[in-house]
Design a protein around this ligand. Structure first.
Ligand SMILES: [Cu+2]
Length: 70
């Protein structure tokens, strides 16, 4: 099933950061859509929960060099 999650992410400072985070997440199998905003410090991710979990997505955000916030 396709579900979506909004995560608070710090470390994005410009459109380039948004693009690099978007690219990192879009590359994951199961992720269908990503919208990253450095102004809102947030990333919205649409994904197939049969193929990938929120935990996997959070790991990928950290691996890409960004930080999750509460
Ligand atoms: Cu940047």
């Amino acid at each position: 099933m396709t579900v979506s999650v909004s995560l608070n992410v710090s470390g994005m400072k410009c459109g380039g950061c948004e693009a690099s985070l978007s690219n990192a997440l879009t590359a994951l199998t199961g992720v269908t859509q990503v919208k990253a905003s450095h102004l809102q410090k947030r990333v919205d991710v649409e994904f197939d929960d049969q193929q990938i979990s929120v935990d996997d997505i959070e790991d990928a955000i950290v691996d890409a060099g960004f930080k999750l916030e509460d």
